[in-house]
Write a protein that binds this ligand. Structure first.
Ligand SMILES: [Zn+2]
Length: 247
C-alpha cells in the first residue's frame, strides 16, 4: 500500500472494452480486485454503453458511483438520457468527451445538458488536453457561463505542458472548476495546482484501464504534498465536490 491510512477515492475510471487504437478494457470484477489492492474505496465510473456503469453502480453502490456519458449532438435525447439515468440507476454526474464526439467544450450545443445538470445539481466531468476540441481555455469559457455547475477538468491539461499550465490558470480563475490528475505526467504540477488553485480543488483520478493505479498514485506520492494535502487530494475533495456518499 502506498499511502498508509488514507482510503482512496478514484474520480475517473472506465469499465468495458475500448477498441480502435486503445485496444484495452477492464471488467467489473477486475476493477474491484485492483481497487482492493491499492486501497481505493470508491470509484467514479463512466462507460460506453452507459448500461455498464448502471449495472456496476447498482451492484456495488458503496464502491462505485456512475456517471452518464452523453453526446451533446443528441440534443433533447441526451437530456432525457440524463433524467432517466438519475431516476433509474442513481447516476450522480455527467461525462463529456469533446474529442471523441467532436464538439468544442464551450459550444452552445452543450448548453441543454449543462442546464439540466445545473437543475439537478450534478457535476460535469470533461476530458481535457486535446486540440482543438477539449482545451482548458474552452472549458474555462463553459465554466464562466455555468458558474453554479461543478466542472471536473479531467487530466488537468493532459500531456502537454502548455495545456497543464493553462488548466491550472483556468481553474484559478473559475472557482467551479476542479482539476483531476490522471494521465498528467508532471508530479510537480500536482503540488503547483494545489498551491495555485487551492487545496480543495485538485483530486486524484486514475483513468483505469488507460492508466494503472501503481503509476498514477506514485506520481501523487512524489508530488511533495503534506499529509493534510494528501488526504484532500486522495479522498476528501472528491467526496465533497462530487457529493459522493458511501459507507
Ligand atoms: Zn478517461
Amino acid at each position: 500500500m502506498i499511502f498508509e491510512g488514507i482510503p482512496i477515492v478514484d474520480a475517473h475510471a472506465h469499465l468495458g472494452y475500448f477498441g480502435g487504437w486503445a485496444d484495452i478494457g477492464i471488467a467489473l470484477d477486475e476493477l474491484i480486485a485492483l481497487n482492493k489492492e491499492f486501497n481505493v474505496v470508491h470509484t467514479v465510473v463512466f462507460s460506453v454503453p452507459n448500461s455498464i456503469s448502471a449495472e456496476a453502480a447498482k451492484k456495488y453502490p458503496d464502491k462505485i458511483t456512475g456517471y452518464v456519458w452523453l453526446n451533446p449532438y443528441d440534443g433533447e435525447k441526451a437530456v432525457n438520457e440524463l433524467r432517466i439515468a438519475v431516476k433509474e440507476w442513481g447516476c450522480k454526474g455527467v461525462k463529456l468527451h469533446p474529442l471523441f464526439q467532436a464538439f468544442v467544450a464551450d459550444d452552445p450545443v452543450v448548453y441543454p445538458i449543462m442546464d439540466e445538470a445545473k437543475k439537478l445539481k450534478l457535476p460535469v466531468a470533461i476530458h481535457s488536453g486535446h486540440p482543438p476540441f477539449s482545451l482548458p481555455w474552452s472549458i474555462g469559457e463553459l465554466a464562466e457561463v455555468y458558474p453554479d455547475v461543478t466542472i471536473v477538468m479531467l487530466h488537468m491539461g493532459h500531456g502537454h505542458g502548455v495545456y497543464i499550465r493553462a488548466a491550472i490558470n483556468t481553474a484559478k480563475r473559475h472557482s467551479n472548476i476542479v482539476l483531476e490528475t490522471s494521465g498528467m505526467p508532471m508530479h510537480t504540477k500536482i503540488k503547483e495546482a494545489m498551491e495555485v488553485v487551492g487545496e480543495d480543488r485538485v483530486m486524484y483520478g486514475c483513468d483505469i484501464p488507460f492508466h494503472h493505479p501503481s503509476v498514477e498514485l506514485q506520481r501523487v506520492k512524489m508530488a511533495g504534498l503534506n499529509d493534510h494535502q494528501l488526504r484532500k487530494i486522495l479522498h476528501d475533495n472528491a467526496v465533497e465536490k462530487l457529493r459522493l456518499s458511501f459507507k
